[in-house]
Design a protein around this ligand. Sequence first.
Ligand code: 5GP
Length: 203
Amino acid sequence: MPERTGILLLVSGPSGSGKTTLCRRLADEGEARYSTSCTTRPCRPGERDGHDYHFLSREEFEKKIAADEFLEHATVHCNSYGTLKSEVSGHLAMGRDVVMDIDVQGASLVRECQDACIRRALVDLFVMPPSEGELRARLTARNTDDEQTIALRMKNALEEMSHWSTYQYRLLSATREEDYTRFKSLLMAERLRVSRIHDEHTP
Ligand code: 5GP
């Protein structure tokens, strides 16, 4: 039996908040497993299938919905995104922590999930950009999207930010290093929760 149950660290925040970088770094340092989502959006330059996302056709995505393979799925910026149960459940049961980067709709679906293992594991965090101006600057600097896409992402970001108070935790973004220190501290603290520890360690 693992020493403790796994943590499902769910992270949301608008594009440009830096949430993906935080999640990836945690996974790269071996602290948690990154839940690779499925999406129907086209692969961006530099992205790898199976690493950044499982890039699926609309038909493939629909098939997975029909086969009940998703823990949650939602439409974001006109494309479908979904978390596969297989990216999450088995790992939690083995006592491994999983980090997932999903939008506010997906977060509310995961919160509604009746699976006891998911409910016990869930910790949710909203990453907030420091200001609207800084968010716009970050979205423009990424240089991956055209003007129209940036405008849509900005509009969606403002809507998404209105949901921050539905999360257990909020991280107001400052510098990359400060953000990461606070982010990792959250996981470290959650690992100490008595309710996650199996009592064979009681002296
Ligand atoms: P992007 O296309 O910029 O990678 O992601 C767009 C949005 O989709 C982000 O807010 C991201 O958090 C969200 N997203 C990524 N994967 C999933 C997922 O599996 N489910 C849901 N609901 N949203 C996701």
